[in-house]
Write a protein that binds this ligand. Sequence first.
Ligand code: NAD
Length: 328
Amino acid sequence: MKILVTGGAGYIGSVATAELIAAGHDVVVVDNLYQGHREAVHSDAQFVQADLADMDAVKSIFVQHTGIDAVMHFASYTLVGESMQNPAKYLRDNTVAGVNLIDAAVAAGVGRVIVSSTANLFEKPDSMPIEPDNTIVPGSPYGESKYILERTLHWYERIHGLKYACLRYFNAAGGTPNRGEDHTPELHLIPVVLQVALGQRESITLFGGDYPTRDGTCVRDYVHIVDLAQAHILALDGIARLGSRKYNLGNGDGFTNLEVVQAARRITGHAIPCTIGARRPGDPAILIASAKKIREELGWEPRYPSIDQIIGSAWEWHQSHPNGYRTK
Ligand SMILES: NC(=O)c1ccc[n+]([C@@H]2O[C@H](COP(=O)([O-])OP(=O)(O)OC[C@H]3O[C@@H](n4cnc5c(N)ncnc54)[C@H](O)[C@@H]3O)[C@@H](O)[C@H]2O)c1
């Protein structure tokens, strides 16, 4: 198939592009390089530098690249904290970009769209692990922008018959030999911990030590980026067979922030000094996904389910790319 991957120069989209190419698909990547890296884009993919906020640019992608069968939409502003400071960047810009893309795709005859959604839809979970039909309470303007995207897809299905999948990732993590996490600023726990192990930061401060968890720090569910990419590939065929779907994606295991630091100490052999700071507003104590629905319906089975595999693969990438893509 011919797939348009938005955000394909970013962390997860670049790995999905590589996995799609390995599976025999043709890929066109669109990215504005706001956060992505041209070097991360697989050499067999066609690359278009464009901003999805620009509707004329989005339409012209479908004119210049005819025959696109499906779209995978990873492009987004992604920072929960920033969205609490600058809600318009999320409620307006993420939303406009997503609606432009979906509208142009449908106008060009694309029948399938798969979007990246988030655990941030579930600020107040009804139960743990979190099932896809859990009550949606977005935890920030970032989460709200993803919910608006999900609702947009609902209406494009109803009006135009579009088939879609919303894949709500919990914490994406890990690396491959050629691709890994390189964000500025870097705010995710695992790469920050590994930057301490590389000697690029002196220590790490965890947000809060008085949560009702095993050791007082927050519990999160980590899922490897290759497993996320495979879920997208399964969903391509799945929604054609079964119809539109919403799936939560995680390993169903929760690790406390301190357990992640301890695993990183074990893997890197570095002491990784760590202190406990104040809670970060809006951080739920525990977020664990139930991926039962995607396992049962699509046969999704994570290849890298253990936290040691996830951190170990990230560590290999960070060691071989200590300055991210700039060293390549
Ligand atoms: N990383 C996680 O743990 C996580 C968890 C849940 C959901 N998600 C979602 O997964 C997707 C990918 O996340 P990521 O960690 O790879 O982020 P990323 O920032 O590494 O990648 C996003 C890419 O989109 C591009 N982009 C942003 N806005 C654009 C626009 N208007 N036009 C064109 N390109 C644009 C950026 O340049 C970047 O390359 C995002 O939608 C994110 O919200 C990520």
